[in-house]
Design a protein around this ligand. Sequence first.
Ligand SMILES: [Zn+2]
Length: 407
Amino acid sequence: MTSWRQVLPLAVALAAAAPASLEARAPVSITIVTPRGTARVPVTRDRHAGLLVPGGPLIRALAGTIRPGSPWVEVVVSRQSFRFLIGAPVFALNDRLEPLAGWATFVGDSLYLPLQFVTEVLPRVVAERFAWNPGQGSLVEGPPAARRQPVDTVERLPNGLLPGHVVTVDAGHGGVDPGNLGIYFPRGVNEKHVTLQMATLVQAELKRQGVRVVMTRTRDTLINLADRAGYCAQDCSLFVSLHVDALDARARKRYGEVRGFHTIIIGEENSEDADRVAAMENDALRYEVPRENESADGLDFILRNLQRNEYLRESARAAELVQASIDRVHTGENRGVRQSNILAVLNTARRPAILVEMGYSSNREDARLLLNRNSQKAIAAAIAEAVVSYLREYERRGGSPTAKAIR
Ligand SMILES: [Zn+2]
């Protein structure tokens, strides 16, 4: 386990990161309901730090205290100490580091805390005292019996989900990056075209099921690999990247026999096949415009590991559900769930994340399946169905959509 003390030296460099600039948008807010009264706290969105609430008013409403420091700020609520690392997606609870999807930051002299602290962290860590009510966008403080009623009155969707879930769907490749050229696709049709068609169908199906979808792209444009997973931030439950696999020309003899679908997650049990896919998908990096030094790399590494360990089980479960669901409609082989730790598009994920290879363009049958409108729709619906099942399980584990009230 990583102690927060270990990250401290590296964190100092990061704390000097550029200050947040809050986006001007229609004011939205959450409500803090306590035995002492009710307070409304505004929610703002920073392009990098995510959804934020002002620390002062929030902690006052919770009768807690803030001890400013650099680079750590300590917040005490219900005698629990939460240390937030300014400018990094992490907090320390007692001596344990935990990942966040966004981060605490200062705007001028004012401390802003991730909204996730209110919607997830407090209700989990101090469950006997706090509950998040997603339907009303309120944090309710009190003994469990007193809180039960408002939470239960949230109306569920026909599929059993609470309203307000957000999922990111990523159409692989785009713009100058065609992805694989599509050996058995018609001339001019490449992987990037099929992934966009499929992503659009998955989006429509999820929308029909009451799940809000953030698309990394809706047009033929290039999005850097490292930026894609960032679309799934604090208010997003799952990142789904869609791709089409292909054997390269050296394996031409096996085009006929290798077909089917598989899902990759970030993990340490690298399989040869997952690494082959990772190398192929990472190839998109060569189309990207390099940017200068992203952030302190040592800390990055520790944070990435934290996120991975935190979400490995969730990602694996989502991947299993997707495989089982596609299996019902795909005529190719179910090639299972694999792990790789070098897949660039998933490496920056701050949420559970999966990459689905929906078939092989180097196989005649798979190519036909991926281009036919009816089978496209069936595969997209299967992926959406698996996502809904995943969200249902996520709710059963105690997770809830951030809130429809704050959108
Ligand atoms: Zn791809």
